[in-house]
Design a protein around this ligand. Structure first.
Ligand code: NAD
Length: 483
């Protein structure tokens, strides 16, 4: 397949937190894959910057190990680790002090894109932003990339945005939500706005409801301390699920450009109705056999933090009045399965009579695993004996349809390259983040003021019984969570 990827300019990419977990698992292996794909031009360099004192030679060993461990098949296929490592340098810096900053500035070259990736705790964002300016590392062309969480609530998100705005313009700030870097999520926009087929039907007149599920099989793992202060609402809904909701529900932007897209997403968040307490279910996974439950995982026998949440939400606008959106996400569920399902309405009248049964078109957009889309279409069941109808999927698995060469880059790879290209379309703007917190804050405060206790659910299940009831009450059903 001929690559039609837009080339990038040479760049200096500084990764603050270059020795940390995220850098090792995602950012560095992702950059290596882009390098193998010919996406890192001559002169592009990666500079690790972190607290640990080490030299470039030692850092290259660390990066080589990370690529071996997390680089996937490309690390085996692409015999270029040494060539990549020659592009890698290291400088120890103290984000809260003076140490290392002058030396780091000395490593940066003039006349090319400078990007600074903040892969560190959010408490360091302000310190780093300030030092980038005061030590003269950042110029008007520089970009900063910040990781979630963007605050803990509206007040802290505002404060974080204000701190960053003291040193950088909004056009220089790239807030990463890696869900937006997923191939299928972008394909959602291509399907909606690149085809005549769907958009005329994309409204309350033809769509019965939409389900968004992000199910994980893992528990809180080693992130217990962080997660217990956060919960599924802050960790998943406020960012990832709301971003998916925005892309599925937004009006067509006038063009595929950062502000046009983000303006439309913001309107969706602002159109969300305040949520009714009865349309919300919180859950927390219990123990199973020898496997510890949530409370053992986080080391707090009385924790009331949710590891699961399901909700029914409404948008108050012309397009969606009357069409509910059901959202759910949780840990330790039956399978790792993330999808958006657009469930169309019944035909207005069945010419085949009641014996043909009820059939509905469903467009399912799978985010993981096996990114792809299926469209259930109703047809006649083959064979004699009258008109019996069945639903068959028109299946478009991207790997099958486009061939093995079309292996989609990991979300992080794509997003980092977008930073270098200066394309903010797939990054969250400050006002979007604040609007999302403004909607979720009252939900979380409501739980706290009522002393709400999450419903227990069995690991390996689909979540608490109440979540099933949330849809049953409306005469609807969740789609099965399956691998
Ligand atoms: P980590 O604890 O593994 O690494 C932290 C890094 O920060 C290290 O390189 C450390 O040297 C550096 N650091 C700490 N204090 C410093 C100081 N004073 N000066 C200079 N460097 C300092 O953390 P992580 O898991 O890599 O996470 C980094 C950020 O990414 C966090 O904001 C986290 O919330 C976010 N994040 C992580 C993941 C993940 O999968 N790990 C996923 C999403 C978001």
């Amino acid at each position: 397949m001929v690559s039609r990827v837009i080339p990038v300019e040479p760049f200096d990419l500084v990764i603050f937190g270059g020795t940390g977990d995220l850098a090792r698992r995602k950012i560095l292996p992702g950059l290596f894959r882009r390098f193998c794909d010919g996406q890192m031009p001559d002169g592009a360099r990666v500079i690790g910057a972190a607290r640990s004192e080490m030299d470039t030679a030692a850092y290259r060993v660390t990066v080589g190990e990370a690529i071996g461990e997390f680089g996937g098949d490309s690390a085996v296929d692409c015999d270029a680790v040494d060539a990549f490592l020659e592009r890698v340098e290291y400088q120890a810096v103290d984000a809260k002090g003076e140490g290392g900053w002058e030396a780091l500035r000395g490593l940066l070259r003039d006349g090319m894109v400078r990007a600074f990736y903040f892969s560190v705790a959010p408490s360091l964002f302000g310190d780093i932003a300030e030092r980038l300016r005061s030590f003269g590392l950042a110029d008007a062309q520089s970009r900063i990339v910040v990781e979630k969480p963007f605050g803990h609530d509206l007040a802290s998100a505002r404060s974080l945005n204000a701190t960053l705005a003291q040193h950088f313009d909004e056009e220089q700030i790239y807030r990463i939500d890696h869900y937006l870097g997923k191939e299928t999520v972008q394909n959602l926009m291509a399907v909606r706005f690149g085809n005549m087929l769907f958009e005329p039907l994309w409204n309350a007149q033809f769509i019965d409801h939409i389900q968004i599920t992000v199910a994980e099989t893992v528990g809180v793992g080693g992130r217990g301390e962080y997660y217990d202060k956060s919960g599924a609402m802050r960790d998943m809904v406020q960012n990832h699920l709301m971003q998916l909701l925005c892309l599925i529900a937004m009006e067509p932007p006038s063009k595929f450009d950062p502000d046009a897209v983000r303006d439309e997403k913001l309107k969706v968040i602002r159109a969300l109705d305040p949520i009714d307490y009865h349309q919300l279910v919180r859950g927390q996974y219990g123990p199973a056999g020898d496997a510890p439950g949530y409370r053992e995982d986080v080391g707090d026998a009385r924790s009331r933090t949710e590891s699961f949440v399901a909700m029914k939400v409404h948008l108050s606008n012309w397009r969606w009045a009357g069409t509910p959106f059901y959202l759910r996400t949780g840990k330790k569920l039956r399978a790792r399965d993330s999808e958006i399902a657009v469930v169309f309405k019944d035909t207005p009248h069945s010419i085949f009579g009641p014996e043909a049964g009820q059939h509905r078109n469903v467009l399912a957009i799978r985010l993981q695993p096996n990114e792809g889309m299926t469209l259930d279409v109703t047809i006649k069941e083959p064979g004699p004996g009258g008109m019996r109808l069945i639903d068959v999927p028109l299946d478009m698995s991207f790997a099958d349809a486009l061939g093995p060469d079309a292996e989609a880059p990991d979300a992080y790879e794509r997003l980092i390259m977008d930073v270098i290209r200066g394309n903010q379309t797939l990054f969250m703007r400050g006002d979007e983040v604040e609007a999302a917190w403004a909607w979720t804050d009252p939900i979380i405060e409501g739980w706290q003021s009522r002393g709400d206790v999450p419903k227990p659910y069995d690991p390996g299940s689909s979540g608490p019984e109440d979540a099933l009831m949330l849809m049953h009450r409306d005469g609807r059903r969740w789609r099965e969570i399956k691998a």
